[in-house]
Design a protein around this ligand. Sequence first.
Ligand code: DLL
Length: 435
Amino acid sequence: MIYNEEYETLPREALEALQLKRLKQVVQRVYHNVGYYKKSFDQAGVKPDDIKTLDDLKRFPFTTKQDLRDNYPFGMFAAPMSSIVRLHASSGTTGSSTVVAYTKHDIDSWAELVARCFAAADLTKGDIIHNAYGYGLFTGGLGIHYGAEKLGASVIPMSGGNTKWQLMILQDFGPTAICCTPSYALNLAEQGRAMGIDMRSLKLRVGIFGAEPWSEQMRRQIEDAFAIKAMNIYGLSEIMGPGVSMECSDAQEGMHVFEDYFLVETINPQTGDVLPLGEQGELVFTTLTKEAFPLIRYRTRDMSRINTIPCRCGRTFHRMDRVMGRSDDMLIIRGVNVYPSQIEAVLINIEGLEPHYQLIVERAGTLDTLEVQVEVTEKLFANAGEVKVLQKLEQQLIRDMKEFLGITAKVKLVEPKTIARSEGKASRVIDKRKI
Ligand code: DLL
């Protein structure tokens, strides 16, 4: 279903005209309201009036996470605090946190975008939405919440954690949709099964999963565990929160970027050169309507590809491929680049292994080494009296990683339930090189 037929199916020409109009406004806004942008545009020798076509944006400088940090906490705001109604912040696990702000108008836009995402997953006001994204400074909880209300659905503001209680609510309230990270979905399914709950007979029919990289293989596991359709939603706090792009249920082939709100580019992360659409690169977003926290050419570090082929759902927005990971999560194992989600895709396909894994990266001399720790299934563990069975499985994973990813890694099979379960974003990599 399409929530906003008028905008989501705009012919490309009209869409680009709208984008240009909005781009001119936002560039003026940041130049006159944000000291950082005045300085950075002046330094690059560009002026807001230089935007005559969408292409002219290429001449403007990028904004990076470091720029946001340098202006912590409120230096990037383009609206006075009196018109700001909400603040969110990233957790700051990889450096100091980033603060983002919203005016009333921004919150309304965000709710519209998330409502569009729900409609794209065929949810309507008749649905009950169990929202297990964390409420608080993280954008997942409240972002999803406002979108669900905008759609008119009944939202259960569950937040993250407290898994037993979640399972009770899932049984008693009979939600038809669940929103959480994919890793938490698996955790819920596992604990539910352990408590003897038939997770497939819950009323759930759709799941809206995102906030961390996941593989197609993981999608199938989740779909199977809950007997639902699992949909991919993407977003980041700096640009808005959840709802920057979303899969449509018609095609489920890439996530439509809401291009009336965001301009997307892909660049070569090393050189910063803009890549032709269709080539794999780092996603760069410019917000077109935001008042409190507009960003020009924000480098996400997320690697993806923009697909311009028209979609059968009727939306005219381009689609982005599943994000395999951020450029800074990429591991380089003896010269071969690999993302944790690619390793996930390989191990999930092996019978006897669970999708619970951790990657330990170490440095031996000048070489990085990788150890994949992965749980075996209860069933296999119970029958694993024979060491041979485990050895065979280990060998198979080593072989498959070599064959499909070209990497040589050590494998350590571990007992069921020994790897920490996630209640939000899973942390897959333990990097001992930095310690
Ligand atoms: O994770 C916003 C969000 C909440 C998105 C709920 C979807 C659902 P941040 O905490 O700022 O915001 O983290 C953003 O998470 O740059 C990606 O690296 C990653 N990410 C988000 N969605 C996906 C996805 C929220 N569907 C960062 N697939 C982004 C892969 C994702 N990675």
